[in-house]
Design a protein around this ligand. Sequence first.
Ligand SMILES: C[S@@+](CC[C@H](N)C(=O)[O-])C[C@H]1O[C@@H](n2cnc3c(N)ncnc32)[C@H](O)[C@@H]1O
Ligand SMILES: Nc1c(NC[C@H](O)[C@H](O)[C@H](O)CO)[nH]c(=O)[nH]c1=O
Ligand SMILES: N[C@@H](Cc1ccc(O)cc1)C(=O)O
Ligand code: SF4
Length: 470
Amino acid sequence: MTRPSAADLDPDDLGFDHVPETDQSFENALAKARDGVRLTVDDAVELLTTGTDADGIGRERKELVLEAADRRRAETVGDGVTFVANLNNNVTTACNTGCLFCNFKDTAHQFEARHEGEHGGFTKTPAESREAVEAGLDRGIYEVTSVSGLHPAFALDDEHHEMLAGFDEPAREVNYKPPERYVVDPGTYVEQMEAMSVGGVHLHSMTPEEAYHARRGTDWSYEEVYAELREAGLDSAPGTAAEILVDEVRDVICPGKIDTAGWLEAMEGAVDAGLDVTSTMMYGHVENEMHRAIHLERLRDLQDRTGGITEFVPLSFVHERTPLFEHGVVSGGASDDEDELLIAVARLFLDNVENVQTSWVKYGDGKALKTLSCGANDFMGTILSEEITKRAGGQFGEFRSFDDYVEMVTSIGRTPVERSTDYRTTREIDPDEGGPFGPTLGPRADGTPLLTPEEREERAAGDSSAVADD
Ligand SMILES: C[S@@+](CC[C@H](N)C(=O)[O-])C[C@H]1O[C@@H](n2cnc3c(N)ncnc32)[C@H](O)[C@@H]1O
Ligand SMILES: Nc1c(NC[C@H](O)[C@H](O)[C@H](O)CO)[nH]c(=O)[nH]c1=O
Ligand SMILES: N[C@@H](Cc1ccc(O)cc1)C(=O)O
Ligand code: SF4
């Protein structure tokens, strides 16, 4: 496989047909947004740019957009700020897709038994995944989120293995190598789902790209694949791999990925199989405001067709250790203004998606709190472990406790609310009750803070010595 290289890209001429030019005025777009009229792509471009009639972001105009979005948020979902007690469990970093914004992946040949030399990646067996989820459940999680590299030894199930093994060696067209070649066998997708779906946890896994990998070389539909995964314990699917849903951008940043139509087809298949889905946009790299606006329209159309999207998650590009940055294709990520406007315009444009998430992982606590007053209402999850952003150079850590959440949310005068993955179950937390706060919605959650295993042991030791002293 010839992998795409960022070194071959000319940052001054990425050749985009879509440019942020419109016949709309900023004032008209703002008036429509305030009145709750459904916005067009041109409206969104005017709001994202604070007017294409002027260069750069206009301060006053920006504040007007943020205010309109904050008002819309209050009308739509009220003053609660939700978050979920969850764990990220990435199964493997082995991936040959070669996305130029990603430093999570390690090329898969390094995982082969015959490979000499070290690599910094990992693959977990189904048993190891289960162990991680069990430990999370003991700590009180409600949800496990699992997204992974497209390991060449992954297949949906045994039948899929047989089909993939039938392709002529070395089966490049289907990106397959048998598990025996690797030091660690990740098992099948079905085995991973069965392993992680334990003890009543909500399993949020299998992005459209992973679902594509789980049907490569077959004529199975996405619906069939997601139905089998659901049978194995999957509860909902993450809408990552969306990046920017405009092919001229995908051709630059992730030419090895499924295209826009493929992503939409996968999401529809997931909903048809009875799963909820989330939706994302990974922005702040080579794309412009017209691409962002078209992306939002594609998500809104998808939601009109399916009604299955529970939330929109803006993922601001973390640039530091990525091929796009290292080869000078981009000079950084989105500015604070762009982050705030993206959240605000998402709130105003996606009139059929209730929840807009902000990410302490991508923005840090300070900026994330600010975005809760420009349209966002959800503050993601505790996650306990983080690999994607960390490996790209992000520095905002891997865990937020319920105490952290309660303190942050109350500091901006809003109400902290624990939620389920699908937002159908929520619990307001009364800060006046005093901490320490912990989750109660997870199958084993009893209000105890999400302690680390070491903290738990210390507590247990402390408790027993207290008893002994009595
Ligand atoms: C790392 S992939 C893992 C799942 C699977 N391989 C896929 O691509 O769907 C999950 C998502 O992380 C996000 N991501 C990866 N690198 C990123 C970066 N440097 N900054 C922000 N988001 C990033 C992308 O949106 C990507 O779709
Ligand atoms: N925004 C980020 C998320 N969001 C996902 C949530 O944590 C949660 O799984 C979802 O809302 C479903 O309940 N996760 C990350 O790891 N990093 C982010 O930046
Ligand atoms: N894993 C993604 C975040 C994410 C996960 C699940 C979701 O449903 C949405 C977003 C990241 O860190 O970039
Ligand atoms: S974003 Fe996903 S598919 Fe792309 S290289 Fe990273 S892990 Fe692989």
